[in-house]
Design a protein around this ligand. Structure first.
Ligand code: NIG
Ligand code: FE
Length: 411
């Protein structure tokens, strides 16, 4: 099956050379081609160019994109999209005065989601999550990282990871699974952190390895959750099972988790709402991608990750949704790109780079996703007729997507 998209007003993020990610000043450059075509063969982009060169190209299906832009589908490198129930009561409690930390202290927050998830069957969890997966595909997400971390016991963590695996098999979007057993201390280990860490190391990790259920290891490295020593121990153990670190750091406090992540060759360090010069220095000369989650800053009313400080230091930055029931109940990457421009002063070019090629890098899939490149997967967004790509973040909260193609399939 071949699809030819013709008369594209502007084709964004075209890259001819292999590229891992863009950093610093290079993030301001978004290569584009006006009056373009793209040819897809099954799941692969096989050709693109100017309309003047399209004559004679035949295809099973032709899509006329007159007045429309085409760009790579979003690469959302940080989500907790598999969860049970919701936490809208905590949302109201925060409006009326409690903080995210207050709610966690009284046993809500992550533990509330863990309680709900433990009582939900694997099938039910799958169906609840699939609803959201379908939603984000329509919003243009073509590749997604999904974390466990609402099970907090062996069976429930494995249940989450199996649901993630099923989603990967059943849907055309690319899924990368992450084990986040160290998301919070479950109630039954409330005063026995060592015991819970031992459970992760001695029981969960070997089982996950045996079933090959995760590629990445994540830890919530934060005051009141897992400190530097815990994180070091967990990452060391997980790496011995072949898992690569991608960690939650600097959401509320700077503990030194960024440098620890770099030491463990983390693929990404995520959140970074708090960030100091030592963190920036640690990231320089590393291969670790900093990831900002502006949906969480927006929803919790906490600071935004200092994107300018990061990019102006010559570093790369990726953007992701953090889709989860507690701190960012939205998987809309279009909103994330807008929020990055509006609240973090990223240019549209920087934000689009951060949400495509850099997001792909933060999931280890940059060789096949994140740009319009011959040989890469056919993951594309076709916009409605819009004046320019600046219009995408500018006219925030509106749906500018006409259609989405994921793995060569029209969604
Ligand atoms: O990335 N910070 C830790 N984990 C999630 C939120 C988890 C929750 O509140 O359910 C996050 O923000
Ligand atoms: Fe998160």
């Amino acid at each position: 099956m071949t699809i030819l998209i013709t008369n594209i007003k502007e084709l964004l993020q075209i890259r001819n050379e292999p590229l891992s990610y863009v950093a610093g000043k290079a993030m301001k450059k978004l290569p584009t081609l006006k009056n373009a075509y793209v040819l897809i063969d099954n799941d692969t982009i096989v050709d693109f160019g100017n309309m003047s060169e399209a004559e004679g190209i035949e295809a099973d299906e032709i899509i006329d994109a007159e007045g429309k832009l085409v760009l790579p589908a979003w690469c959302d490198s940080h989500t907790h999209i598999v969860y049970a129930g919701n936490r809208e009561q905590e949302f109201v409690d925060r409006i009326t005065g409690l903080s995210y930390e207050d709610i966690a202290k009284r046993g809500g927050g992550i533990l509330n989601s863990a309680e709900q998830l433990r009582q939900t069957s694997e099938d039910d969890l799958y169906h609840q999550s699939v609803k959201r997966i379908k939603e984000v595909m329509h919003l243009g997400t073509g590749a997604i990282e999904i974390k466990s971390g609402y099970g907090l016991d062996t069976d429930s963590e494995l249940k989450m990871l199996r649901v993630i695996k099923r989603i990967n098999v059943d849907f055309p979007l690319k899924v990368r699974p992450t084990f986040l057993g160290a998301h919070a201390l479950p109630l039954e280990y409330k005063s026995n952190k060592v015991g819970y860490i031992d459970l992760i190391v001695d029981e969960m990790l070997p089982k996950i390895k045996a079933e090959n259920l995760a590629r990445y290891i994540d830890v919530f490295c934060e005051k009141g959750y897992f400190d530097l020593k815990d994180t070091d121990k967990l990452l060391t153990a997980a790496r011995s099972h072949g898992l690569i670190p991608k960690i939650h750091v600097n959401q509320f406090n700077i503990l030194g988790g960024v440098a620890l992540g770099v030491k463990h060759k983390a693929l990404s360090v995520d959140h970074l709402e708090e960030l100091d010069d030592n963190d920036i220095d640690a990231l320089k000369n590393s291969s670790t991608m900093p990831v900002a989650l502006p949906g969480c800053s927006y929803f919790l009313g906490i600071p935004y990750t200092p994107a300018r400080k990061i990019i102006d230091a010559g570093l790369p930055l990726a953007l992701a949704t953090d889709f989860n029931p507690g701190s960012s109940p939205s998987g809309n990457m279009n909103f994330i790109v807008s929020a990055a421009c509006i609240k973090m002063k990223m240019t549209p070019e920087e934000a689009i780079n951060a949400a495509t090629i850099n997001g792909a890098y933060a999931m280890g899939i940059e060789k096949s996703y994140g740009s319009i490149t011959k040989g890469k997967r056919a993951n594309l967004i076709i916009t409605k007729p819009i004046p320019s790509y600046n219009y995408l973040p500018y006219a925030f909260g509106n749906n500018h997507i006409d259609s989405v193609i994921i793995n060569g399939e029209r969604i």
